[in-house]
Design a protein around this ligand. Structure first.
Ligand code: PCA
Length: 218
């Protein structure tokens, strides 16, 4: 008997901080284009979106899409210059404290994501199983306790707050991906990197674990 289809929304970010590329955008393009075998998860309908690196606007766009599509899970992706593997975020904090200006030129300091909201939310994605699925392909993955205080944390907190207050069945979380080799090459010695195909395969493997959770979930 075939499984009922579940919907997953996967988002990436546009380039930021003076870079012309964002590895999350490239990974999502590969996922959307069916170029990788690991993406063939029959019971999962995957849709993708690209978010602006702009405070407030990124979360608004994401929630508008979530309200319209009513996915079962949201997996947001972004770039981290310090990630050495695919990094599954466990915690989103209610803090915006940008270390650089966003793409609209604003640099927010010491502000909450949601005024009066809880201090933090834990991811509702099965991050341990996702990490296991990624490493089973021979691709490095790790769990992380902080998505930072820039746009990646902001959208993670925003979607988890939406889920907590409006759609408790929604699973959501964030994955940081390493820079592309061409970005790391500019960053100097000791910078980790991952090519876009490897990153996309790792994300597809992570989505397999999300699909299993949705299948077996409450
Ligand atoms: N990474 C940034 C924002 C956009 C992105 O891809 C972050 O880690 O917050």
């Amino acid at each position: 008997m075939s499984q009922p289809t579940k919907k997953v929304l996967v988002t990436a970010f546009e380039p930021f901080g003076g870079s012309h590329v964002n590895p999350s955008e490239q990974a999502v393009q590969l996922l959307a284009g069916w170029q990788i075998p690991e993406r063939r998860i029959p019971e999962l309908e995957i849709s993708v979106d690209l978010l602006p690196v702009a405070g407030g606007a990124a979360g608004l766009r994401l929630l508008e899409r979530v309200r319209r599509e009513a996915p079962d899970a949201v997996v947001c992706l972004g770039e981290s210059a310090t990630a050495s593997g695919i990094t599954l975020e466990r915690v989103a904090v209610n803090l915006r404290d940008y270390r650089i200006a966003d793409n609209s030129g604003q640099q927010v300091v010491d502000q909450p994501v949601v005024a009066g909201g809880p201090t933090a939310y834990l991811t509702t994605l099965p991050v341990r199983e996702m990490a296991t699925a990624i490493t089973a392909l021979g691709i490095p993955a790790e769990l992380s306790l902080s998505a930072g205080t820039f746009l990646c944390n902001e959208v993670m907190y925003t979607v988890l707050h939406y889920a907590a207050t409006e759609q408790p069945s929604l699973r959501a979380g964030f994955i940081h991906v390493p820079q592309l080799p061409e970005q790391a090459a500019l960053g100097g010695r000791g910078r980790a990197s991952m090519d876009r195909l490897t990153t996309a395969r790792g994300i597809a493997a992570a989505l397999t674990a999300v699909a299993a959770e949705l299948r077996n979930g409450p």
